[in-house]
Design a protein around this ligand. Structure first.
Ligand code: NIG
Ligand code: FE
Length: 407
């Protein structure tokens, strides 16, 4: 990106207002002045201050400028794929049954353990490029397909390398994504090893790479008490909790997120009313994952409206993973947010930008205002609403991101 430039010839810009929960501002015939990777000024083109008129211009080609999407929940790095399992599910075999038979996450664990750091980095870079081309400027990415110390360490090393290559990422440690074969029947023992040995060792080996810690709290996986133990160990290492909560059944994951002051509780298909109110009071971001609901063939959608009414700042994410959401399509997330979670366009946009960024503590991402990072997508549409209205249309935005990734 040019150090100092003005984005001109825009149809307009649309941005969530960070001073409110759900207000979205619209400026027609806008211009945006950029300096050092941040927005220096924005407003109506005719009001562009004189000091900017001679700056190099970046042709907006009649597009609409929106903040780049922030994807706050992905399982970016894994080996192999699960297309065979997918076909079994199309034939009616439930996801939980495949997992109970040793497939599901464990199948991906086998492929991921066999992958080298170089292979994982190449896979990750391809996926990040796809997301970037589709309008995503910043991504949260989890470990969790290693489920042994060395494989989790290789995943973390790969994420470290992706960050060194300039990708804007926040990393979450998820060794408690499932119970590996080596600990079959001993969730308690595995939770103990993760909390007491692996988390400290992973942080020691890869200082500064991970900011968050996650646990899959679910029947047959980890209990709330096992999760609490891992999260408390993570907190002592400076890792803030994000939680796979209430995905396939109610387990009290949202309530635990509120108790711990987690950054987010994610999935929440079976979240209780008490859990919603507790998350709102504790400023936990509920992150809803509609492509997962779609790909699992579930009939009910997460209670987004009830969460908003309870006072929650709901975010949306892709949950990109090889099992329940093999999907790198932010527009599909946006569209399902509107069409199935029944969010307005403005709410779904805010959920994929401002609230997603806030759940990652990135107050300078997810909105366009002076001082914010110049992370934006220029969409070739006459009106931003078309992004949802023309269902299935694959728009190719021009994506502008700062050269230096988030530290
Ligand atoms: O977020 N719920 C746990 N983890 C993933 C699924 C992982 C997989 O099936 O590989 C999820 O849906
Ligand atoms: Fe997930």
């Amino acid at each position: 990106m040019i150090a100092r430039s003005v984005v001109t010839n825009l149809n307009g810009l649309l941005t969530p207002d960070p001073k409110s929960h759900w207000k979205v501002d619209r400026i027609d015939d806008a211009a945006i002045a950029l300096e050092g990777g941040r927005i220096a000024w924005l407003g109506k083109r005719i009001d562009l201050p004189a000091e900017w008129t001679a700056a190099p211009s970046l042709d907006g080609a009649g597009a609409w400028a929106l903040p780049a999407f922030v994807d706050p929940h992905t399982h970016l790095l894994f080996g192999g794929d699960r297309s065979g399992e997918f076909n079994r599910r199309l034939h009616g075999v439930p996801y939980a049954q495949i997992a109970a038979e040793g497939g599901g996450i464990r199948e991906t664990v086998r492929a991921t353990r066999a992958a080298s750091v170089a292979e994982l980095v190449a896979l990750g870079e391809g996926r990040l490029r796809t997301l970037r081309e589709r309008g995503v400027g910043h991504v949260e990415a989890k470990t969790g397909y290693g489920l042994e110390l060395e494989a989790e360490s290789r995943l973390l090393a790969s994420y470290g390398e992706l960050r060194r290559r300039g990708w804007s990422l926040d990393i979450t440690l998820l060794p408690a994504h499932d119970i590996p074969l080596e600990f079959a029947g001993d969730a308690e023992g595995y939770a103990q090893v993760v909390a007491e040995t692996w988390l400290p060792e992973l942080v020691r080996r890869h200082p500064g790479v991970a900011r968050y810690c996650d646990v899959f709290i679910e029947g047959g996986v980890f209990t709330v008490d096992q999760g609490r133990r891992i999260f408390e160990a993570g907190k002592r290492l400076g890792l803030q909790p994000r939680i796979h909560a209430d995905e396939l059944s109610w387990t009290g994951g949202a309530e635990l997120a509120a108790e711990l002051g987690a950054a987010s509780a994610d999935h929440l298909m079976f979240c209780s009313n008490v859990g919603m109110r507790a998350m709102a009071a504790a400023h936990v971001t509920p992150i809803l994952l509609p492509t997962t609901t779609l790909c699992l063939g579930m009939r009910e959608w997460a209670p987004a409206r009830k969460m908003i009414e309870a006072g929650c700042r709901v975010a949306l994410a892709s949950d990109f993973n090889p099992g329940s959401s093999p999907c790198l399509d932010p527009l599909l997330v946006l569209r399902l947010g509107c069409l199935q979670l029944r969010l307005t366009f403005e709410e779904a946009l805010t959920a994929m930008t401002l609230h997603a960024a806030r759940s990652l503590g990135r107050g300078d991402l997810g909105h366009l205002h002076p001082g914010a990072r110049a992370s934006m997508a220029l969409w070739p549409v006459r009106d931003p609403l078309e992004l949802v209205y023309w269902v299935g249309e694959a728009y190719a935005p021009r994506v502008i991101v700062p050269e230096d990734p988030c530290a």
